[in-house]
Ligand binder design. Structure first.
Ligand SMILES: Cc1cc2nc3c(=O)[nH]c(=O)nc-3n(C[C@H](O)[C@H](O)[C@H](O)COP(=O)(O)O)c2cc1C
Length: 181
C-alpha cells in the first residue's frame, strides 16, 4: 500500500544543541512514537516504537530503546554502530501504524510508505519526512531476563514475555539531533 505519495513532504534539517530541545519525552516517545531506523547491507528498515527513554548515563546524553528479539529491525540495529530515531508529524500516523504492524521481512516498508531515505552518516539512515531525528551510536545492548525482575515487577514476565520474545535494551549516545526547518 502506498500512503500520502502526493502529500509526502521532505524537510531540510538543522543540527540543534541538545540543551535547546524543547520536547516532553513522555509525549514524544509514548504518544507521538518514533521510527527506529537502521541499515544493513545497503538496505534500510524501520519499526515503530513507543517504549524508550531519553536521559543521561556515563556522562553522556543517551536514548534507551527496547527491541524484541523477533523484530527484523533488530538485525539492522545489531549490524551497524548507529541507528536513528525518527519522530514524524501527526499526518504520518497511518504510516507509523503500518511500520508497527508489518515486518520488513515480508514487505518493503520504504516503498510502501514512500519515505525518503537520507543519511546522517555512513550506514546511518533517516527519513527526510521526519520532524526530529536523533542520531544514535550504540553503547550497550542487553537482553532482559526473568531473574532481573524485582518483587514488585514479578508479574511482568508472564504478562509481556509468555512467548519468550524478550526485549533487548539498547543504550545509545545521542550524537546529533536534527530538527526540521
Ligand atoms: C505504537 C507501537 C509501538 C511499538 N513499540 C515497540 C517497541 O518499543 N519495541 C518493539 O520491539 N516493538 C514495538 N512495536 C512493534 C513493532 O513495531 C512491530 O512488531 C513491527 O512490525 C516490527 O517490524 P520489523 O519486523 O520490520 O522490525 C510497536 C508497535 C506499535 C504499533
Amino acid at each position: 500500500m502506498k500512503y500520502h505519495k502526493a502529500m509526502s513532504n521532505t524537510n531540510t534539517f538543522t543540527s540543534i544543541d541538545i540543551e535547546t530541545l524543547n520536547e516532553n519525552p513522555f509525549k514524544l516517545i509514548g504518544k507521538d512514537w518514533m521510527l527506529i531506523t537502521a541499515e544493513k547491507d545497503g538496505r534500510t528498515n524501520m519499526m515503530t516504537a513507543s517504549w524508550g527513554g531519553l536521559g543521561v548515563l556515563w556522562n553522556k546524553n543517551v536514548a534507551t530503546i527496547y527491541i524484541r528479539k523477533s523484530r527484523f529491525t533488530k538485525e539492522f540495529v545489531d549490524d551497524g554502530d548507529t541507528f536513528t530515531l525518527c519522530v514524524m508529524d501527526e499526518k504520518y500516523r497511518k504510516e507509523l501504524g503500518y511500520c508497527g504492524s508489518k515486518s520488513g521481512r515480508d514487505e518493503d516498508k520504504i516503498k510502501a510508505t514512500g519515505f525518503t531515505v537520507e543519511h546522517a552518516d555512513k550506514n546511518c539512515p533517516y527519513f527526510a519526512e521526519a520532524r526530529l531525528v536523533f542520531v544514535c551510536k550504540k553503547l550497550y545492548a542487553q537482553e532482559m531476563n526473568a531473574d532481573s525482575f524485582t518483587n514488585a515487577g514479578k508479574d511482568l514476565p508472564a504478562k509481556f514475555y509468555a512467548d519468550n520474545d524478550w526485549h533487548v535494551l539498547y543504550v545509545a549516545e545521542i550524537e546529533k539531533i536534527l530538527k526540521a526547518n
